[in-house]
Write a protein that binds this ligand. Structure first.
Ligand code: ADP
Ligand code: MG
Length: 255
């Protein structure tokens, strides 16, 4: 298996019924790049992430993840789905962290982290358990393995969710507003874990309203509005010197 970590989208379109929510989206994300996506509610940010990890399928365009046609491929005449097993394998290589944590409530932190490797990859329980232990420590939660999600704060749950994604050894991590549901004092601990991951060279696409994180950590920044990529470029450049009027107006509101 190649170890690629790139994302390429060309002219991605996606509609829900009559509503087109992604309109000719182009993206090119290099291995190890940290890309932040910003934009108003309803602009298509979650939908593009969901396409990149296979929770949604695109209607047309080219989507390559980790250097491979993702889930389907396009010829001059038609779309051809890759076998479901192939898509499932591709999906294990893209981790996703949601605003609402999405941990399994009936499993401990340790069991949550072990679930993917054991159930999806058929990994040995002892080995998966050892790795879960290490991952818990790496997100600052050594000793919390036996806690159930309800016994953890939002910030702790989100760090378990990150560890659970990492347990699958993805080449790419997607974050959909990972700190938006947290109390303000818990935001920093989650961003710290994400910064640590960024330093290790993980490819990361982060939908966020945390402009400080974008300025400090992101390589590239994308501003989306109404299903379009309105502006993209070097993160600090776009934040300090946006070229498009819509980007300027948005940044004035959030900065
Ligand atoms: P964002 O994350 O930027 O707020 P979304 O990608 O969630 O935006 O949504 C973009 C648009 O697509 C919105 O108008 C939303 O209502 C619509 N949408 C998203 N998912 C669905 C769906 N499953 N069915 C119908 N409409 C959807
Ligand atoms: Mg969203």
């Amino acid at each position: 298996m190649s170890n690629d970590g790139t994302i390429l989208a060309q002219k991605i379109r996606k509609s829900f019924g009559p509503k087109t929510v992604l309109k000719d989206i182009n993206l090119e994300i290099a291995s190890g790049e940290i890309c932040c996506i910003i934009g108003p509610s309803g602009s298509g940010k979650s939908t593009i992430l969901r396409c990149i990890n296979g929770l949604e399928t695109v209607d047309s365009g080219v989507l390559k993840v980790n250097g491979e046609d993702f889930g389907y491929y396009e010829t001059d005449t038609a779309y051809h789905a890759l076998p479901p097993k192939k898509l499932a394998e591709q999906r294990t290589r893209v981790g996703m962290v949601f605003q609402s944590f999405n941990l399994f409530p009936n499993m401990t932190a340790q069991e949550n982290i072990m679930s993917g490797p054991v159930l999806v990859k058929g990994q040995d329980k002892k080995q998966a358990g050892k790795r879960a232990h290490e991952l818990l420590a790496s997100v600052g939660l050594a000793g919390f393995g036996d806690y159930y999600p309800a016994q953890l704060s939002g910030g702790q749950q989100q760090r378990v969710a990150i560890a659970r994604s990492l347990a699958m050894d993805p080449e790419i991590m997607l974050f959909d507003e990972p700190t938006s549901a947290l109390d303000p004092e818990k935001v920093g601990e989650v961003l710290a874990v994400m910064k640590q991951l960024a330093k290790k060279g993980m490819t990361m696409v982060v939908v966020t309203h945390e402009m400080g994180f974008a300025r400090e950590v992101a390589d590239s920044l994308i501003f989306m509005d109404d299903g379009y990529v309105v502006e993209r470029g070097d993160a600090r450049e776009v934040l300090s010197n946006p070229q498009e009027a819509r980007t300027q107006a948005f940044l004035e509101q959030v900065l």
